[in-house]
Design a protein around this ligand. Structure first.
Ligand SMILES: [Zn+2]
Length: 460
């Protein structure tokens, strides 16, 4: 009597000893094949969009950049240059024009603020930065400036709303809100009547729309709340998934509340809205220029240290050092979001190649010893440099990788959109067999040898 299943396809019946071996081989073989092919709850994929598809890894320039950290003075810019930045935004808040001398402004007939009147949140237009006190470029590392500002959203009630980074925008836009409601009890002194409708907004969606319609890229700065909190907005180009202002608040509170929310919001948007919303890391006040030892608020933050400042940044992969190339690379997703939680900066892992095959993605780094964690639909999938896109959970929309050096520095790739599996590429080299099929073949060969020897034993 055999305890082996009679219907295993690989069973070869012969003399008892050999038959048992062959049956066992068949059983293992069938199991291996079952594991190797996707079953219920598993699926095969290909990469439908590779954000690094346009990168020439042999010649690419690696530009460390900063979109959002309130570097609005000569000294702050030179500090960023010394910290290794290649491109930065000469920025402050924007979108709440309030002339400091109201009577003078009224006497002038409430002019459009374009000429750069005195304002509350800085000059309404700060491009080109050299006209507003920024140093002439290039400096040692800094090659060019990025347009943009932190736009202050204003709800129709007059209260402040979501902040949106208007990357690449050079047109002044303003939150109109409700002029009579006021902000904090102070009536809003707006110039809305002088502004064309194309430059005013009174809701978060309108703010995003004005940024995009006027030629900018909208990034949701420090998103917070439930992971689904930003699903209702359209036109988002990117969201912050790390913000050093909020990371410092988390550190002081002794938890990861803000930081976890931002990452969860990004993953939720990728899965449920679009796998091509990029993730951005920023300094937001806790920058390379921020004085060491400074405490912004003793109830919210600890003192600034070499480790806790300048933790959030980008590295954009460029063919040449200019704004046009930068914008094309950034909007294609050819960049990494970087968190450096270490006193020694600009020492994060360097990705030397991202190879996308018909069924896999392989990440190579200069050192090659970092841990690489793959995330798909917000869950961990693997801890290997190569992610094989076969047999992964059903319903995956995207995958992304996190490359960590074990000393607080992590490089986040942008998401790879997933699509249906592709057939292996035709012609030589012969496509590799699956591990299961190879193991099955080896076992069958062993079984054949075993049968033959058993046959010889019996014949002798
Ligand atoms: Zn900010």
């Amino acid at each position: 009597m055999s305890f082996l299943p009679a219907d295993t396809t690989c069973i070869i019946t012969f003399e008892t000893r050999g038959r048992l071996r062959a049956s066992f081989a068949g059983l293992v073989c069938a199991a291996l094949l079952a594991v190797a092919s996707p079953g219920a709850g598993a699926a095969d994929y290909s990469v439908a969009y590779n954000p690094y598809g346009g990168v020439d890894w042999a010649t690419t320039l690696r530009c460390q950049s900063q979109h959002h950290d309130h570097a609005e003075s000569y000294g702050r810019i030179t500090a960023l240059d010394a910290a290794g930045y290649c491109a930065v935004t000469f920025m402050t808040y924007s979108g709440r024009f309030r002339p400091s001398n109201l009577s003078e402004w009224n006497a002038a007939g409430n002019p459009n603020p374009d000429p750069g009147k005195p304002v509350d949140f800085g000059p309404p237009r700060r491009w080109p930065p050299e006209d507003f006190g920024a140093p002439q470029l290039p400096l040692t590392n800094l090659k060019f400036y990025l347009p943009g500002a932190e736009e202050i959203g204003l709800y129709a009630t007059g209260s402040y709303g979501q902040h949106v980074q208007s990357t690449f925008l050079t047109t002044y836009i303003e939150g109109a809100g409700c002029l009579t409601c006021g902000i904090g009890g102070i009536p809003v002194v707006g110039n809305t009547p002088a502004m064309p409708p194309s430059q005013v907004h009174a809701s978060i969606q309108e703010l995003i729309d004005r940024v995009v319609e006027n030629g900018g890229h909208a990034t949701i700065n420090h998103p917070a709340g439930a992971s689904s909190a930003y699903m209702q907005y359209s036109g988002l180009g990117s969201v912050e998934m790390f913000n050093n202002y909020h990371r410092n608040a988390d550190d002081f509170a002794g938890n990861d509340a803000y930081s976890n929310q931002m990452m969860a919001i990004w993953d939720h948007l990728l899965e449920h809205k679009s796998p091509r919303i990029w993730g951005v890391a920023s300094n937001d006040w806790f920058s390379a220029w921020t004085p060491l030892g400074q405490t912004y608020s003793p109830t919210q933050f600890g003192p600034v240290t070499p480790q806790n400042r300048d933790r959030g940044k980008l590295q954009v992969l460029l063919p040449s050092y200019d704004l046009e190339s930068y914008r094309a690379a950034f909007e294609a997703g050819a960049f990494f979001a970087i968190v450096e939680d270490n006193a020694i900066k600009a020492a994060y892992p360097i990705v030397t190649n991202v190879a996308v095959g018909f069924d896999r993605i392989t990440i190579s780094t200069a050192i090659g010893t970092e841990s690489i964690r793959w995330i798909g639909n917000g869950s961990v999938l693997a801890y290997t440099p190569t992610l094989v896109l076969d047999g992964l959970p059903d319903g995956l929309v995207y995958v992304r990788a996190e490359i960590s050096d074990g000393e607080g520095r992590t490089v986040y790739t942008q998401p790879f959109s997933l699509g249906d599996p592709l057939p292996p590429p035709p012609g030589p080299p012969i496509p590799a067999m699956s591990r299961g099929a190879l193991a099955c073949l080896a076992l069958l060969l062993l079984a054949a040898v075993s049968l033959r020897s058993a046959w010889i034993d019996r014949s002798a």
